[in-house]
Write a protein that binds this ligand. Structure first.
Ligand code: GRF
Length: 192
């Protein structure tokens, strides 16, 4: 098998998508190995999950730091672990243009809507308010514009009568955890 790409994952919270990417790496034909999980919140629950999985972690609060300076620390940690690709998995900070440029074409994100609909926050409440018949998730390359880069793959779910933002989010999250590894495989394959 060709050598695996070294993947860094950025999180801010629970880390279910991070866990899906770590779990997928146990398949013999998976094209990546996870070399680092980094968080801007030292209390992120996902850090504990990464440690249990034996993945190195890096935690640094962004508070009181300029965005470019903080992102520089991230890139330094990622490079120190040999990362070649970066996956954002519930990473709730805007990235500086310098960071995006450093990782261009190897920087992906998962967003809980059917892009280009509902960029930004509160996607599920907005899908309900708009009367959307379906919702879903998108994995896309990251560019300087928030939630705007080329879409790699999407997963769709129905909106059901009586859905709340919470019930819809739970239905979408199941699909996110399935979609992210599939989409990353595709992105890496297409980048060969
Ligand atoms: C996911 O819904 C992701 O799409 C969004 O934030 C949530 C993170 O969940 N950006 P988790 O931390 O991966 O469980």
């Amino acid at each position: 098998m060709a050598e695996r790409r070294k993947l860094g994952i950025l999180i801010s919270g629970r880390g279910s998508n991070m866990a899906a990417l770590i779990d997928a790496a146990s398949a013999p034909d998976c094209p990546w190995q996870v070399v680092l999980v980094a968080s801007n919140d030292p209390d992120a629950a996902g850090l504990a999950r990464a440690k249990v999985a034996g993945v190195p972690t890096f935690a640094l609060s962004h508070r009181g730091m300029q965005r470019e300076v903080f992102d520089g620390h991230l890139t330094e940690a990622l490079r120190a672990h040999g990362a070649e690709w970066v996956a954002l998995a519930g990473y709730m900070r805007l990235l500086s243009p310098g960071f995006v440029a450093d990782w261009a074409g190897r920087l992906v994100n998962i967003h809980p809507s059917l892009l280009p609909r509902h960029k930004g926050l509160d996607t599920h409440a907005r899908a309900l308010a708009a009367g959307d018949a379906e919702a879903g998730a998108s994995v896309h390359f990251v560019t300087d514009v928030l939630d705007d880069g080329p879409v790699i793959a999407q997963a769709r779910v129905p909106v059901r009568p009586g859905d709340t933002a919470e019930t819809l989010a739970a239905r979408v999250l199941v699909e996110e955890n399935r979609l992210y590894p599939q989409a990353l495989r595709k992105a890496m394959r297409d980048a060969e």
